[in-house]
Design a binder for this molecule. Structure first.
Ligand code: NAP
Length: 288
């Protein structure tokens, strides 16, 4: 029986924020957790996400620190700013908002690797990605992959033995997500822009997770009946001369075939912010 159920990421994220708020209120420590966000340049989408993160920190009782830097900042100056937060005892988590401006983009990993791994709240340093690979208990899951996993867990979707197709292999989303799903005993296939016959791969998957950044690319007719769909994509498009956000999956047609599906907006996005808060609290707790 097809359930055609929409996964309410907004509501699930809100309940996680409430839980975190209660944990922090109960702990009543001298020092609140602190999250530092560095934003380079003036990309409106990035500015919006950084504001969201700041608001979420305030809501639950995390101190938020913010550094906004010119798009033309040098790599060395940016690293200096990161290192200030490495030394600041009030900061438990450091997040570099991505993507970096074009001039720095190729050096993203090198720059991230200057974040102290103990404060690497998005788990994206080479060290923490390595910890993920070797299944260390100390690892911090990157926020977006963790958001996908938590949404599936919340819906009680069984991962063990399932055929899961992850489309996209970025260091930020697809690659760590595929590693984590492997640890949950799923049979994971990774697809990317060079994959031949993506349609066929999609049709064979019990769970499809799309993280490609191409608006409404995956059509409902490609899906296996009753498939679970997690749509990570956030793409701004113009429709009837007004701006709209859509995912990588054509939501309307997919809803007819999928048993469960995340909407865009209101799916993975708010959960990613909730996971950022949860990782911040986790890093803070490790200090006691
Ligand atoms: P990215 O670094 O640009 O990576 C995109 C990946 O998709 C690459 O691996 C690329 O393949 C693959 N790809 C591109 N076109 C494809 C196609 N036509 N068919 C199959 N694979 C294709 O992007 P990202 O940072 O992973 O982000 C992906 C999407 O998720 C974006 O829309 C982004 O806005 C969104 N996002 C959402 C959140 C959230 O909180 N919800 C967080 C982060 C990102 P190659 O490796 O072969 O180039």
């Amino acid at each position: 029986v097809v359930q055609n159920q929409i996964i309410d990421g907004k509501a699930i994220a809100s309940s996680i924020r409430n839980e975190l708020k209660q944990i922090l209120a109960r702990r009543n420590e001298q020092r609140k957790p602190g999250l530092a966000v560095l934003l380079v340049g003036d990309d409106p989408a990035s500015q919006f996400y950084v504001q969201r993160k700041r608001d979420a920190c305030h809501e639950i009782g995390i101190n938020s620190f913010q550094t906004i830097l010119e798009a033309n900042i040098t790599k060395e100056k940016l690293i200096e700013e990161i290192e200030k937060y490495n030394l600041d005892d009030n900061v438990d988590g450091i997040l570099l908002q991505l993507p970096l401006p074009k001039t720095l983009e190729a050096q993203t990993q090198e720059i991230i690797d200057h974040i102290n791994p103990a404060k690497d709240v998005d788990g994206l340093t080479s060290y923490n990605l390595g910890q993920l690979l070797v299944r260390s208990a100390q690892t911090i899951y990157p926020c977006t992959p963790k958001a996908c996993i938590e949404l599936l867990k919340h819906q009680e979707v069984i991962l063990k033995g399932k055929k899961i197709l992850v489309i996209g292999r970025s260091t930020l989303v697809g690659m760590p997500l595929a590693l984590i799903l492997n640890q949950y005993d799923a049979t994971v296939t990774m697809a990317h822009s060079k994959t031949l016959n993506l349609k066929k791969e999609v049709s064979q998957a019990d769970i499809v997770i799309a993280a490609i950044g191409v608006p409404e690319f995956i059509e409902g007719s490609w899906l296996k009946p009753n498939a679970v769909v997690i749509d990570v994509g956030i793409n701004a498009i113009l429709k009837n001369s007004s701006k709209r956000l859509v995912g990588d999956v054509e939501f309307k047609s997919a809803l007819n075939v999928a048993s469960l599906i995340t909407p865009v907006p209101g799916g993975v996005g708010p959960m990613t912010v909730a996971m950022l808060l949860s990782n911040t609290v986790e890093l803070w707790q490790r200090k006691f």
